[in-house]
Design a protein around this ligand. Sequence first.
Ligand code: PGA
Length: 251
Amino acid sequence: MRRKVIAGNWKMNNNLTESQNLISKLIEGLGKEKTNCEVIICPPFTSLSLAASLISGSIIKLGAQNMYFEENGAYTGEISASMLLSSGCEYVILGHSERRHIFGETDDLINKKIKKALSSGLKPIFCVGETLDERESGVTNEIIKRQVYEGLNGLSEKDLDTIIIAYEPVWAIGTGKTATPNQAQEVHNFIRNLISDKFSSAAAEKIIIQYGGSVKPDNAKELLSQKDIDGALVGGACLKAESFIGIIQAA
Ligand code: PGA
């Protein structure tokens, strides 16, 4: 049985005071929960070290929302893997659709970032997903296959032990439109088969595949009960402690 992993992607939200308030509420709420799922929060860079100290001793783990693949140097505005590690991160989201579509990140760049994260000891949460146009033109599988294969290009089966894949249909992110449990399950199963073809059936059986796109407490249970859905990457609903905890409870 695969574990369930619920991650909250705060995106560009919460200054230090707001971060402190949200984390305190999460710790208070989760303190009473008996949960066997893994819980990760991904605040903005500026809140990472504060978050690391606040979650210490709790069940919550820390992730970042992005990083650059170079070690250090003249890359104004970028953040390295070692900076994230020294801020207390265990995870890093890579290839989020907002990075792909607003900031022009390519499959090749995302692949370089995944390799750097792995060689540095960070666990990537690697996002893939089709746009509405792509879904409507019937090329969803083609797009997902390209993103998965190019993103994981050059990796070994062993590397997959520390990678989480997040399937996030772009048309469901922040729109209130969720993929139906069937639509999501279909793509999750397709991704698992891609992993089986490229790596092995054992690797496919083990890999955690999260769903993301307007996950809320009231749709989480049905999505998470699908055979190939192992968790959720949550945006909007992770900004309120009650709704993020509601999703964790559903898992
Ligand atoms: P959403 O975002 O839950 O607000 O749709 C999900 C994501 O972008 O990870």
